[in-house]
Design a protein around this ligand. Structure first.
Ligand code: FMN
Length: 373
């Protein structure tokens, strides 16, 4: 039987994210304004020589960027996934699909399965990342998960942790107990590709990364609290006055993206870290990579530009984002990612204070940054 609720929920999420004001209230502008990369009047390089390419999951990508998982699971979103995949392939960046649970629930529905598969078929030259919720792992067998990875020909599987979203979501599933770690350890053995652990916009902490690194995870997408805010998205969908009030009170809940990058890099210094969650400009991308991320990820701006102005507008967004990354790198005298990881960065006192209280102060953190590969 078709679980219409999951299919409808996906469309509703897209509509709310695109049409309504559901971002973190100040988008972390205060934090970003306080983080300083150092302008070099004599950069010592040519803008044309800036090369931000990166090896990721067996591919050489032109830019350290991923369009993170958003959609699939409804015939109506196949075209969206196709357009996103076209952009990923064109610009040489990685791309994820949205939760593949619908694929498991509707294993015989070819249209639903193809709404994901179109990404692999369109983006042949870049990594494609599968997606499943951590809390749903309880209900799924290893072979069901293997099937969604293989059908997509995925280069990695993202497992998303979204307890804040589930806690506010009217039909939320809040089972996040200890045995998720056992299931992930089992999956790591069974899958032919790596697992990326991700949040959806409330940030990964030191403790969470440490636990998951402990069972063998080496890829993390911090998805911090600076961009799309799933507590506010679910508030929009809810008719429950209690949950709505709680959502308002928690509208700033989570770890801001730059802080989450520091938390994750300190907890698992040699792992691959993706900075996402409101990383919506080239400047923010360069700041996060200088701070300790290997790559940046973004979701909402691409789908919003696509829905509002078609592929032309989404392309223009991506082009601007990339050009801004290149120009900022040039202005700090950096022509590759290796140098960017070692470039000077000045942090605001609030951030230093946070790091100090978390035991991640700049001396400790400087050590962790040295492990970036
Ligand atoms: C419309 C939409 C649908 C999403 N669906 C998923 C999903 O199915 N699985 C997932 O892991 N993340 C999902 N996300 C979260 C994004 O991958 C990303 O972590 C989050 O939106 C933060 O990035 P942003 O601030 O650039 O939007 C979705 C995001 C959007 C905008």
């Amino acid at each position: 039987m078709i679980d219409q609720r999951i299919l409808d929920r996906k469309l509703e999420h897209i509509r709310i994210v695109v049409e309504e004001d559901v971002d973190f209230p100040d988008n972390c502008s205060k934090i970003y304004n306080g983080i300083r990369l150092i302008h070099q009047a004599y950069p010592g390089i040519n803008l044309d020589d800036v090369d931000l390419s990166i090896d990721f999951l067996g591919y050489n990508l032109k830019y350290p960027i991923m369009i993170t998982g958003m959609t699939g699971g409804n015939p109506g979103v196949k075209e969206i996934n196709k357009m996103l995949a076209l952009i990923a392939d064109e610009y040489g960046i990685a791309i994820g699909v949205g939760s593949q649970r619908a694929m498991i629930l509707h294993r015989n529905d070819d249209e639903i399965r193809r709404s994901y598969r179109v990404v692999r078929e369109t983006a042949r030259n870049v990594p494609v990342i599968g997606n499943i919720g951590a809390n749903t792992l309880h209900d799924l067998s290893i072979s069901e998960i293997l099937d969604i990875v293989q059908y997509l020909e995925a280069d990695a599987l993202a497992i998303h942790f979204n307890p804040a979203q589930e806690a506010i979501q009217p039909e939320g599933d809040t089972r996040f107990s200890r045995n998720i770690l056992d299931k992930i350890a089992e999956l790591l053995d069974a899958l032919p590709v790596p697992i990326i652990v991700k949040e959806v916009g409330n940030g990964l902490s030191y403790e969470t990364v440490k636990k998951l690194h402990g069972v063998g995870i080496n890829y993390f997408d911090v998805a911090g609290a600076c961009g799309t805010n799933w507590i506010l998205v679910e508030k929009y969908r809810s008719n429950n006055e209690v949950r709505k009030k709680i959502a308002e009170d928690l509208s700033n809940w989570g770890i801001p993206t730059p802080y989450a990058v520091v938390e994750a890099r300190s907890a698992a210094p040699s792992s691959f870290i993706i900075a996402s969650g409101g990383v919506w400009s080239g400047l923010r991308a360069v700041i996060n990579i200088a701070l300790g991320a290997n790559m940046v990820g973004l979701a909402k701006p691409l789908i919003k530009n696509l829905m509002k102005g078609g592929i032309k507008q989404a392309r223009l967004f991506m082009k601007t984002f990339i050009e801004e990354m290149r120009i900022v790198s040039f202005l700090i005298g950096v022509d590759n990612l290796d140098k960017l990881h070692r470039s000077p960065i000045v942090l605001p006192s609030d951030m230093l204070n946070y790091m100090k209280q978390r035991g991640l102060d700049h001396l400790v953190y400087g050590e962790a940054r040295r492990f970036i590969k």
